[in-house]
Design a protein around this ligand. Sequence first.
Ligand code: SF4
Ligand code: MG
Length: 330
Amino acid sequence: KKALLEVNNLKQYFPIKGGVFGGTVNHVKAVDDISFVVYEGETVSVVGESGCGKSTTGRAILRLDDPTSGDILFDGENLLGLNKAKMRKKRKDLQIIFQDPYASLNPRQTVRQILEEALEIQNVVSRKERRQKVEDLLQTVGIGAHQMDRYPHEFSGGQRQRIGIARALSVDPKLVICDEAVSALDVSIQAQVLNLLKELQQKFQLTYLFISHDLGVVRHISDRIIVMYLGKIVEIGDKDSLFENPQHPYTRALLSAIPSINVGEKKKERIILKGDVPSPIDPPAGCRFHTRCPYAMDRCAVEEPKLHSLSEVEHKAACHLLEDGPYDYS
Ligand code: SF4
Ligand code: MG
């Protein structure tokens, strides 16, 4: 297994306007010291509620926002060491697909113009070959060549997402970050787009970082899953092990909210968390989840839990309950 992406101790703190008070500047600690690896050809999902730092992580990897600290190694090269021009070239290898492709597709350009422009910017094929490449790309994502002179508004949401995917693939990327890429679509269309992404992964040897608020959606597409809460990784593991034996109380709560999924052999009860996600400006001390955790103990409010290794296959979770191995929740 070759690591394609290595994120080490990534922090992304955003200063708050007007946050200077008594000499201190307040920050939103959107991502607070996370590390993970993505291997070539796999799909790693990053899951959590909105505000947990998952999109921020994706944006930092692409350097859409420069991180506060940490390392991001891509193919062995530290992206944070690249200047703007070099990073722009690198974008050929790292593409992103957003939730709402409509917002990123120029409404005044036809689909063909959109794709030709992407090809031109990265200089992927000669001018002569461009038209053929656009036709091929559209066919690959299931859109007929006869539709290429239409504008984005003439397509359905699912078709527009296919166009967004075609644009991302036009430059032959290695890593594609999908940020809530199917979240805005109807369930049946979601399944179609997820299947398409899987097919394309095989065909073009793609690696995916799949960002979603919904564990149910990522279930079929993921090889491994990272669960985030308030800027921290709380659980990371191989998909089957995470679904069959979730170990962090937060992961268990997220899974219990998906009606079609059973946790372990036992009939699953819905775990309702109290309160809302606290503010990332001044996150709770100790375990950040302690204000909502049904298992919280005194020490949880003061002592930050480490990621504990739980099995032979990769499975780790950050919770004091797991110091001596997996916890028996039955
Ligand atoms: Fe709950 Fe404590 Fe574990 Fe945090 S460390 S998840 S508060 S039991
Ligand atoms: Mg987001």
